[in-house]
Design a protein around this ligand. Structure first.
Ligand SMILES: CC(C)(COP(=O)(O)OP(=O)(O)OC[C@H]1O[C@@H](n2cnc3c(N)ncnc32)[C@H](O)[C@@H]1OP(=O)(O)O)[C@@H](O)C(=O)NCCC(=O)NCCS
Length: 329
């Protein structure tokens, strides 16, 4: 039996950082940001006491409430993140403690912006093999914790946020997560989008702080090119493997990094604009959070019906990328 999504939820911090706010901090302007990225504003988790696990906890509590189940029924929690509260323990364990899922085991998975699709695939395996009945998958990142707000090339792109789902066995054959393709290319990706400080290669020191090694570095142009090519290719692959034409697809749910990347993917799939989910204007790139946040918004808007065909695609640091085909139950 395939795995199906039975609940969705999202959490976005209330505090807004708009392009106009950034104009006051950096040499940039609303027109430049909007035309290059499609982003108008992003959310920032301002409270220094709160980190990624807080957002995961908010998502987790909503998921339990929406599904109408007790925390003790969750078998496994996977948190996809590249901004864990700490290197260890895992943010998934902190989330387990917040929501009181005492019977769950829990671990983090890091595939950057593709983290949610990677985690969805790992979680699906436990459902398909009959090992677990209820798995919570959350994608969450507090990107503001790794952004240099004096670097205009990265500060404009990212925001904080989290989204998640509960996965359970599908009620009927032919529904749920029907196909997944995941990829990685460390050879070309490892030097293009990274944070060099704080790991075992460059443990935190005065020097790593002085050299700003605890912030994101990105070769924007190269990442842009790789993202456009990879997301379009994997979307095409998902369509051809599942005999889907543009008319069959109800929604493309792409990773929200840049409106131009989203448009290029949709164009390659021959999709009408109405079928392309985009909230990058409001939230920027929340990394592992983008796709589950989009799913939660579609769900809240009542747009997901039995039989709806969804194609999810992502691209991120690593490089990592992938595509998923879901027939909504
Ligand atoms: C970051 C990104 C928006 C930059 O757009 P771009 O068109 O490639 O712009 P470039 O980096 O080539 O820079 C062009 C010029 O704009 C300037 N610039 C960069 N950021 C700017 C900003 N925020 N405001 C104004 N000017 C800016 C650059 O300094 C450069 O000036 P120069 O020509 O005088 O050197 C784009 O590369 C991108 O979206 N890349 C992918 C990022 C991404 O999605 N990453 C996550 C993937 S999961």
């Amino acid at each position: 039996m395939k795995a199906a999504i039975t609940a969705t939820a999202k959490y976005l911090p209330a505090n807004i950082l708009s392009n106009h706010d950034l104009e006051l901090m950096l040499e940039t302007n609303d027109e430049w940001i909007l035309s290059r990225t499609g982003i108008s504003e992003r959310r920032i988790l301002k409270d220094p006491e709160k980190a990624t696990s807080f957002m995961c906890g908010e998502v987790g509590k909503q998921l339990l409430e929406k599904r109408g189940i007790a925390a003790s029924e969750i078998d496994l929690i996977i948190v996809a993140t590249m901004t864990p509260d700490m290197l260890f323990p895992a943010t998934a364990c902190l989330t387990q403690s917040i929501i009181g899922a005492t019977n769950a085991w829990a671990f983090d998975l890091n595939a950057a912006c593709s983290g949610f699709l990677y985690a969805l695939n790992v979680a699906s395996g436990f459902i398909e093999n009959g090992i677990h009945k209820k798995v919570m998958v959350i994608g969450a990142d507090k990107m503001s914790s790794v952004i240099d707000y004096t670097d205009r090339s990265t500060a404009i792109l990212f925001g904080d946020g989290a989204g998640g789902v509960i996965l359970e066995p599908a009620k009927e054959e032919g529904y749920g997560i029907l196909d997944t393709r995941l990829y990685a290319d460390g050879t070309n990706g490892k030097d293009r989008l990274l944070m060099t400080g704080g790991g075992s290669l460059n443990p935190a020191s005065h020097e790593t702080v002085d050299k700003k090694m605890h912030y994101i570095y990105q070769d924007g142009r190269q990442v842009f090119k790789a993202a456009v090519t990879s997301m379009a290719e994997v979307a095409g692959e998902i369509m051809s493997r599942n005999n889907l034409c543009a008319d069959d697809i109800d929604y493309l749910v792409p990773h929200q990094a840049n409106q131009r990347i989203i448009n290029a993917t949709a164009e390659r799939m021959g999709l009408d604009e109405k079928k392309v989910v985009s909230n990058v204007a409001r939230y920027g790139n929340t990394t592992a959070g983008t796709i589950p946040i989009c799913l939660a918004e579609l769900d809240e808007e009542g747009k997901l019906h039995t039989g709806s065909n969804l194609v999810l695609v992502s691209f991120g640091a690593g490089y990592t990328w992938g595509g998923v085909y879901i027939k909504w139950q």
